[in-house]
Design a protein around this ligand. Structure first.
Ligand code: WT7
Length: 647
């Protein structure tokens, strides 16, 4: 039996306001349904039509899609360029002088770049890369703080057909070296440092250690950001500003085959071994562009802020390629959300008059914990739309976001997707789809999800099962870098003909999707298969709880028992609260979901991208990992740091 039991009921429904819908690109459920149905009838025709309209073609394509499971090609025979679509395409319109990037550094320095200015910088840096021998197919490894030059480097690669591999600035030298080796990176781009909580992250120092083991890297280009001392190795290391000073700004975009690799982005599999997810040019570009426009209901006067780092797919698709190919204005912020004070995000929203805010549930839970007073200090009336990504959002956190940040007037788009999907797959279209807290609602046009059991059969109505997609889409990964077998095995071997996402989900009576967590995380209590998020959401709905993680732990009689890790909003935990929380879950869900064990944690351990480290928690629950001194609040940071590349 593979079906997951659904135990937590969320009945609240939030339709968009008539004013929001009236102005929206897609303003009603009917309009969405028409578009969805047309796309579903013939996805290849649907995407081909859009591709011809939305991308610049140096040469038209002759086939919409070629599908040799598990390998897909889109817009075959065509030639385009993602950098051209993001920049050059706007230079003959009024967008030319619109801000492409509004950037703020952690110390408070602000820089803006119009489309014309960004174009010039990108052309120059593309010439710098060329002068270092970089051409079509060469891999450029990027390890930088969140500064405009990070986006400039990505776009410069795209311009000349080089493949970028962005490595999040928190990774260790070991992790960089592994990734550089796997990708056979030729050039490394980094900075002397970046600002984080008032301190300098010594990025160059970390890169120096990584490059000791990266024999393929011939050149390292270093941006000056923090003015701290760095060692420059002769003939290998060059200053960004020195190379740029000599570079010409004349660099036409290469006409590239649709399937030219655009980037590699490393993500960890369940084995912990990082895998290089490969995305290519035309299909990815089109998908990032359309999904951005639909989900964020983008308008030219929007000031859009995605708080992710470019080291994650969210930064690739929804800071760089999606917004820029639409001509949007995107805010980019370098530092921590609580520096110098926990109100930094709200200060930024007020200062830059942000209209659209896209962030992660883990950040929202932190804001709740830090207290409403930090939010209340600021005027957030510029906001019109909110979004979340990365994990399921507990309904209580959703409602807080809706009330405190959105003043009950901004729709929330809970966007489900993955590094592998390239762009958002399921999300409310905010003017059309009434939202339900905790549900990512409906698939985007051209996206065909299904929920199946282990034999690939559809599960019964309302039941939870494996989330799959039955038709390829343009933004889909094209493979795992250098490992076709693993690609086939992970995504295509379990359910014939479908992409296996690795998440469980259920579809309710209105056709709304609810993500239930990773397949491997299901908790099996006496034959009842429960999803982690439902138990966690029940705990988080208690007023004292800030955050909760639930994992299964072997149990002689029940098979598994639930072990819950809880952080509380304030004060010291005690036995009374522990019992109260058990009672609370009994009331919200029922006796079968009551945790056998509740452990109070100073903080739930997270990966660098903000996801709960369930494998670690499982090991702790099972006693495979020892938590040294167990005072009232357990601290797992040391253990979490030890597993530092589990991202
Ligand atoms: C996994 C993908 C997509 C960009 C950031 C994460 C979980 C993501 C949601 C959501 C419930 C979500 C899934 C998914 N996830 N968004 N809205 N609701 N779960 O990318 O690191 O590739 O992780 O994140 O489990 O499979 P990623």
């Amino acid at each position: 039996m593979t079906e997951i039991q659904h135990v937590l009921n969320e009945e609240r429904l939030f339709p968009p306001s008539p004013e929001f819908s009236a102005k929206a690109r897609i303003g009603s459920m009917r309009e969405y349904q028409q578009l969805y149905d047309r796309a579903a009838e013939n996805p290849v025709e649907f995407w081909s039509e859009l591709a011809r309209k939305e991308l610049h073609w140096f040469q038209d394509f002759d086939q919409g899609m070629v599908w040799n499971e598990p390998f897909v090609e889109w817009f075959v025979g065509g030639k385009t360029n993602a950098c051209y679509n993001c920049l050059d395409a706007h230079l003959n319109s009024e967008t030319r002088d619109r801000n492409a990037i509004i950037w703020e550094g952690e110390p408070g320095d602000v820089r803006t770049l119009t489309y014309a200015e960004l174009h010039e910088q990108v052309c120059k840096f593309a010439n710098v890369l060329k002068s270092r021998g970089v051409g079509v197919g060469d891999v450029v490894s990027i390890y930088m703080p969140m500064v405009p030059e990070l986006a400039i480097t990505m776009l410069a690669c795209a311009r000349i057909g080089a493949v970028h591999s962005v490595i999040f600035g928190g990774f260790s030298a070991e992790a960089i070296a592994d990734r550089n080796h796997d990708a056979q990176a030729k050039v490394q781009v980094t900075a002397d440092g970046g600002w984080r909580r008032g301190k300098v992250l010594p990025l160059k120092e970390t890169v120096d250690a990584a490059l000791e083991k990266s024999s393929s890297v011939e050149t390292c280009i270093v941006l000056r950001r923090t003015e701290n001392d760095v060692v420059m190795k002769e003939d290998r290391d060059f200053w960004w500003h020195e190379l740029m000073a000599e570079a010409s700004s004349d660099c036409p975009a290469e006409a590239l085959d649709s399937e030219t690799p655009l980037f590699i982005l490393y993500t960890s599999g369940s084995t912990g071994k990082p895998k290089g997810i490969k995305h290519t040019t035309a299909g990815y570009n089109l998908y990032a562009k359309m999904s951005f426009r639909w989900v964020f209901d983008w308008r030219p006067d929007d000031v859009y802020w995605c708080t992710a780092d470019c080291g994650w797919i969210t930064g690739h698709s929804y800071i760089v390629y999606g917004p820029l190919s639409n001509g949007a204005t995107a805010v980019m912020y370098e530092g921590a959300p609580n520096h110098p004070e926990p109100d930094r995000f709200w200060e930024l929203v007020e200062k830059h008059k942000v209209t659209t805010l896209y962030t992660a549930p883990t950040a929202i839970r932190a804001f709740i914990k830090w207290g409403d007073e930090h939010v209340e200090k600021h005027d957030l009336s510029s906001l019109r739309l909110l979004g979340t990504v990365g994990e399921g959002i507990n309904p209580e956190a959703w409602v807080w976001y809706h009330e405190k940040i959105g003043s009950e007037k901004c729709p929330i788009v809970d966007t489900w997707w993955q590094t592998e999907t390239g762009g958002i797959m399921m999300s409310p279209l905010p003017g059309a789809i009434p939202t339900k807290p905790g549900s990512c609602t409906v698939p985007l046009p051209g996206i065909l999800p299904a929920i199946v059991d282990e034999s690939g059969e559809s599960v019964s109505e309302g039941a939870g099962g494996w989330l799959v997609f039955t038709h390829p889409w343009p933004g889909m990964l094209r493979g795992i870098w250098g490992d076709d077998e693993r690609y086939q095995d992970v995504y295509w071997s379990k359910v014939k003909g479908s992409y296996l996402a690795g998440d469980n989900a259920r579809k309710d009576q209105d056709g709304y999707y609810w993500i239930m967590g990773r397949i491997d995380d299901v908790i099996n209590v006496s034959g009842h298969r429960l999803s982690t998020i439902e138990v966690e959401s029940a705990l988080v709905s208690h007023p004292s709880v800030a955050e909760a993680a639930a994992v299964g732990k072997s149990h002689e009689l029940k098979g598994q028992a639930i072990s819950a890790f809880v952080t509380i909003k304030e004060g010291e935990p005690n036995e009374e609260l522990r019992n109260e929380l058990k009672q609370h879950v009994r009331k919200e869900i029922g006796a079968l979901a009551v945790p056998d064990e509740i452990r109070f944690a100073a903080a739930v351990p997270k990966t660098r991208s903000g996801k709960i480290m369930r494998r670690l928690l499982k090991d702790i629950a099972e006693g495979r990992e020892q938590v040294g001194d167990t005072s009232t609040l357990e601290d797992y940071t040391v253990l979490a740091n030890l597993r530092d590349d589990e991202s």
